[in-house]
Design a protein around this ligand. Sequence first.
Ligand code: GLV
Length: 390
Amino acid sequence: LAVQKVPPKVLRTKLQLPVKTLMGPGPTNCSKRVLQSLQHQIIGHLHSEVCQLMDEIKAGLQYVFQTKNRLTLALSASGHGGMEACLINLLEPGDTILIVKCGIWGERAADMATRIGANVKLIETEHNKAVTLEQMRTALDRDRPVAVFMVQGESSTGLKQPLDGFGELLHRYNALLIVDVVASLGGEPFFMDSWGVDAAYTGSQKVLGAPPGLTPISFSPLAEQKLFRRKSKPISFYWDLTVLGVYWKCFGEEDRVYHHTISSTLICGLREALAEVAEEGLQAMWIRHAGAAARLRKGLKLRGLQSYVKIPEYQLSTVISIELPPGVDDRIIVQRVMEKYKIEISRGLGPTVGKILRIGLLGQNATSKNVDLVLRALDDGLRQASVSKL
Ligand code: GLV
């Protein structure tokens, strides 16, 4: 048989990408050290060097999650994979889950849990207000769930959910606490063990500053218990943490057993990103992100722009949401900022589309210099949008 089609011409051009400053809710830019680590030749997913890096990543993740959980690893996935893995492993068909829906991530978790055949109950809040312990207690009395899903950093609204006290409350009702920390881990204080969180996941591409593609996840001993006492196997092999845990040598086994082919390139990137986190220290990172967020909020206030989240306690340091002034087209702002400054800022997402702009301060981009840069670009974007209004 003869080859019919000519090879695509587009593939004969040289690959070229511009450098952009990523100040949306993620991904963020990688440091030089992380980028350099991505240039290593590929090695096998069970070679001793990769296994060693996986052990080092596990130690780094236990530090960033602030946990002693042995079942701590990185999934080959984006943050969505973390959400799905938590729900698929911790829910069986017919189980009741209570989902706090403050924005798009609660909405998505509800969709996934429904597909699993769980009985989904919701606590819905105004999009710029977090849920209180009192509201949670009422919902627990009403629904008696086996698990509760919450989001620490709701990137679609810029809302921070305080978490202190929730784990203790849930455990009194025999419910597990699942927390999405995709947009917050490393930039906001998070204490997995002290706060009684049973399952948490983040994205490598957010504050940690690694490339997208890996999703750190951790399960508490209580979550492990639920996992090993299931009546049925989790519906997905790929997300099954009983087998993934063996690949990551989490249960004290002698040897790892093949589960899937993890990317040694992404493993190198995450290892170096975690090394940088360890060098800076979590406390220093939290302070740096809070400082950058305060500087940005001050700049926005000086320009007469309003935060979408009004209550300071609920304002996230990693994703800052700004109310769109009336009649202003957010698309023009975002486009101008990208075209002229090569800076990414974002429009709203899900329930906030057309209502807000979102600026991310993630990882190495959470600096005064970048805040000043993004404010200058925003001024220009706002000018452009007001000219277009005339
Ligand atoms: C993605 O995480 C987003 O918030 O846009």
